[in-house]
Design a protein around this ligand. Structure first.
Ligand code: SF4
Length: 526
């Protein structure tokens, strides 16, 4: 058995039906859909062979690669099979994204629905695993890393109660070996280890992953030069991987049969290879030529900025043409944050750059229009309750959402969470919501209802499981719509939609009884 076991909780060890957008569902709390069905819809467990997952979160794969390179005996294990591997292990490394549901999306859902989000529940459940508790008694050291570690600062009791030995904050490639060595030797570990700027790895010091990443995600760069005050990414230096390094990681995914495509990860894919906020045409085209040629399963982007798209419509159209040689659409997360030029100036003065912050709403309209025309489907975020926000700011954001009515997209309002340069500010609580905040939330909900059928349809085109999944998601949306109507929100419901709801409910009842039988059968088999 390996000395070092790496894992993550069940909500992270999923490929979300090969659609990262669906992963957003892990931020929600238990709701109108039975938990077993909800988890199947939004975070089905990743395929595994004897407890070894066929793919794992990219950040975990980077740490695995670094430890292997330094000669450690390390194995990444599915969370539901830890008991087979942990006995005798010296270190357990756990990767976290949003362990307590304090991230903007999950804390917003939790505040509104007043329940713990799934991702927080499953993280706690992972640490409650009796095999971890038994191994802890034998001297196992627990080390935690990943983008969600900041949340442990709000949970000191949890750290003590679960015997967590060390939490690493920041890019860990240059420090993980030293910390793991100390853990194995039984030396004292710092409860928090904040990776200093001087310990941030250079490109050459970042290893290539050794085993597949979930949904073929590969980093193309790290850092961001826009400097938004509410964001922690901005504090890291900007680095872009050479194309060869990116292709090597795609090779790793494909060699192990994980061939569904690639998700290019950067804070703004449109700025690949750039030192400032001007996209570099040649570098972007070369990158996409190489990746499209290699990935018959298609590609997606993790994030892109509206300013880069609005600045280079011709380049964006060219990239879209290249990408759509093999697929009908692609997706990315996009930050709108506000429709107010005044607020943009205060909290994200370079978000629109090289346009002026005063032009931000126009940049959003142009960028979103181009995305619609060229089939990039954005999952957009808005930030609600940021310090210094005024009524006028909210009115402008509401007006902007109305202007985006015809843009194929999801728009998700998120309560302000103190991070980055605003980390000492107060959290925004649902009790502070004014009528304007509520109005904004409702407008976003209506926008999403308007587009959701279209997005569900597009997401599963050509997949064998398209019909049943589409039916289940449609049913879920109809139930939420129904709840919204009961809560007093007026939704235009066409006869066509009403008929579809009746059809979905009939099918659901049929499926539910079938699935219940399947579940009982499995329980009896165990
Ligand atoms: S919010 Fe986005 S654009 Fe702004 S600093 Fe963070 S990563 Fe960069």
């Amino acid at each position: 058995m390996a000395d070092i076991i790496l894992t993550a909780d069940r909500t992270l060890m999923s490929d979300y039906h090969h659609n990262e957008f669906i992963g957003f569902g892990t931020c929600a709390p238990p709701n109108v859909i039975p938990d077993w069905l909800y988890s199947f819809l939004f975070f089905p467990p990743i395929e595994e062979k004897e407890g070894i997952p066929v793919a794992a979160p990219y950040g975990l794969r980077k740490i695995e690669a670094q430890l292997l390179m330094e000669g450690f005996d390390v194995l990444t294990v599915d969370p539901s099979h830890l008991s087979h591997y942990i006995n005798g292990a010296k270190v357990l490394g756990i990767y976290v994204m949003d362990p307590f549901g304090l991230g903007p999306a999950s804390s917003t859902f939790a505040a509104i629905l007043k329940k713990e989000p799934f991702l927080a529940y499953y993280f706690r459940r992972l640490l409650d695993d009796p095999s971890i508790k038994a191994a802890k008694k034998q001297g196992l050291r627990i080390i935690i890393g990943g983008p969600g570690v900041w949340q442990f600062r709000y949970r000191p009791k949890f750290i003590r109660d679960y015997g967590i030995d060390c939490i690493i904050e920041g890019e860990a490639e240059k420090v993980i070996g030293k910390i793991v060595r100390n853990a194995i030797n039984g030396d004292k570990l710092p409860t928090y280890y904040e990776v200093g700027i001087e310990e941030t790895p250079t490109l050459e010091e970042i290893p290539t992953i050794v085993h597949p990443s979930i949904n073929g995600l590969v980093e193309i760069g790290r850092g961001c030069c826009r400097g938004c005050k509410f964001c922690s990414v901005t504090l890291r230096p900007l680095r872009w991987y050479p194309i060869d390094k990116i292709l090597q990681e795609i090779d790793v995914n494909q060699r192990e049969g994980y061939t569904m495509g690639a998700c290019l990860h950067a804070e703004d894919v449109m700025l690949y290879g750039s030192r400032n906020t001007y996209p570099e045409d040649e570098k972007l085209i070369k990158l996409h030529e190489a990746v499209v040629k290699k990935c018959s399963g298609g590609l997606s982007w993790s994030h892109c900025s509206l300013a880069s798209v609005a600045l280079k419509p011709g380049l964006f159209a060219r990239l879209s043409e290249m990408i759509r040689q093999r697929q009908d659409w692609w997706g990315a997360e996009v930050g709108i944050e506000t429709g107010s030029p005044e607020l943009a100036k205060k909290i994200m003065p370079a978000k629109a750059h090289p346009f002026k912050p005063e032009q931000w709403p126009e940049v959003v309209r142009i960028g979103m229009g181009l995305m619609h025309d060229h089939m990039l489907i954005p999952a957009c975020t808005l930030i609600v309750g940021v310090p210094e926000e005024t009524e006028n700011d909210l009115i402008k954001t509401i007006e902007l959402i109305d202007d985006l009515k015809n843009v194929r997209s999801l728009i998700v309002p998120l309560f302000f969470v103190p991070m980055g340069k605003l980390k000492n500010e107060n959290w925004f609580k649902e009790t502070q919501m004014t009528e304007l905040h509520k109005e904004l939330l409702v407008r976003c909900l209506l926008h999403d209802f308007r587009w959701i059928d279209d997005l569900i349809g597009i997401s599963f085109v050509g997949k064998w499981y398209a019909k049943p999944l589409r039916l289940l998601y449609t049913l879920f949306v109809r139930i939420i719509e129904h709840k919204a109507v009961k809560a007093g929100i007026t939704i235009e419901t066409s006869t066509w939609k009403q008929n579809k709801l009746k059809y979905a409910i009939t099918k659901f009842k049929h499926l539910e009884s079938g699935a219940a039988v399947a579940q009982t059968g499995r329980a009896a088999g165990c």
